[in-house]
Design a protein around this ligand. Sequence first.
Ligand SMILES: CC(=O)SCCNC(=O)CCNC(=O)[C@H](O)C(C)(C)COP(=O)(O)OP(=O)(O)OC[C@H]1O[C@@H](n2cnc3c(N)ncnc32)[C@H](O)[C@@H]1OP(=O)(O)O
Ligand SMILES: CC(C)C(=O)C(=O)O
Length: 519
Amino acid sequence: MRHVRIFDTTLRDGEQSPGVALSLQQKLEIAHALARLNVDIIEAGFPVNGAAEFECVSRIAREVQGPVICGLARTHKLDIERAAAALEKAEKKRIHVFTSASKVHLEYMLKKTPEQVLELTDQMVRYAREFTDDVEFSAQDVMRAEFDFVRKLYQTAIAAGATTINIPDTTGYGTPPEYGAVIKRIYDEVVQGREVHISAHCHDDLGMATANSLAAVENGATQIECTINGIGERAGNTSLEEVVMALYVRRDHYKAKTQIHTRELYRISRMVERYSGMVVQANKAIVGDNAFAHESGIHQDGVIKNKETYEIMNAELVGREAAVLVLGKHSGKAAVKKAFADLGYTLDEAQFAAVFARFREIVERKGPIQTEELRALVESETAPTANLFTLEHVQFFSGSGLLPTATVKVATPGGMVTATATGDGPVDAVYKALAEAVKMRPELDLYRVESVTGSTEALGEVTVKLKLGEVQATGAGVSPDIIEASARAYLDAANKLAAGQAARQPRSLEEVQRSGLGK
Ligand SMILES: CC(=O)SCCNC(=O)CCNC(=O)[C@H](O)C(C)(C)COP(=O)(O)OP(=O)(O)OC[C@H]1O[C@@H](n2cnc3c(N)ncnc32)[C@H](O)[C@@H]1OP(=O)(O)O
Ligand SMILES: CC(C)C(=O)C(=O)O
């Protein structure tokens, strides 16, 4: 299989993302992480930019071993000298000289004729070769340039000593067939069997950077320039993790390989996200939060039966935890059952049906729930209780200047009971209404409310202790609404009290309710 070099330009083109400025320490850490990832080349920066950038490139050149360290330079002597000076201590160094190829660049930006650009290319590539044998040459905006001029430029660069010729689609204009065709023409008409690498450098303005880079590989490119998370100028560059994994997963098709240690991909993605402040979108291939997550029931069922139904690669291969089943509105019974089993619960059919019904009710109200919330839910729904009283409905209103008032509807052995009460606050009002509905007046010994995962969107978990004469009972309730969770906790404890009283004495519920301890 052909080896495709990975040329990482996170620290140069990636840092050109609007608003991103990495510190020296951050750049060094990223460069070390890139070396662990085993990229072939690190473009460490553009040394002529200034003293800070020069220092970054020099430190990386001095301290990072393994990959070739590269510095960018315009077709200016000073740029090349600064790049050569910054790279002086590198174990392996490359100078990357660039000009432009399109008419619009020559006419308006460089203000030079094609002949002048050809001459500068020849002189500056030769000059760069005085500092190193490894010189890369690029002409910006190839995809909007005339091919005859492109051909001449690259022929000139190779004749002057360029060892890698990079074909930038600077504006992300080309389509995969077009870009592939240009690479093929360069391979056939320029390289013509010489020991020169063709490199792809694509931008994502039309979302085609990855596809274009892969089309280049299919047509003879042996180097891809890319960045971690695809960060870069405007819509960004080709994303390293995408091309690397595409070449790996579809090696049957591309018949090419990289030397990347793919298990490092996720870690470096998070590092670049943190340092650059460029948040990775959830649905980003390979490294996005959802890239290995399944929420819908049919997919979850398939993945539980066999991961290959919906996964073309293992999450572990890119350094992530195994695929996640998100428990939300679209989940079915298979995933919820598996989640309970993973948590160590064995539920009978009736218990599962009850918990699943509550699960559906909650995710429709608040969205996906987390493992800890699921645990709280199953604990509260399956705790052994007599289930004499079931909450059908709770409604309350309160606010500054209002008298907190609650109405509850409770299914009781004697039928459906609705009760209304006022209180010092909404929980107090609900508890008074519930006492009315269950016809018991227990004392409240403890009331505690906690958010299961600590966020404001989390499930609220309420624990109460009720005392009726000598008997105490603890109840728990879970809900996205803490007042409803409070009502559920109260009824859970009331159920235990009623059952306990009846068993201890032994008396019927009616007797308990009629006794002095009841109403
Ligand atoms: C497609 C790319 O990603 S190219 C890399 C882009 N990256 C950057 O620009 C980041 C670093 N840039 C910088 O630090 C600065 O722009 C510098 C140091 C390079 C130049 O700064 P300044 O001298 O202030 O020039 P300024 O940025 O205003 O304009 C760019 C100049 O470079 C010239 N230029 C652009 N590309 C090239 C080239 N490949 N070869 C020679 N000259 C070039 C422009 O024509 C313009 O020259 P002019 O000032 O004579 O009109
Ligand atoms: C310097 C070149 C390679 C570049 O970044 C581009 O054209 O996008």
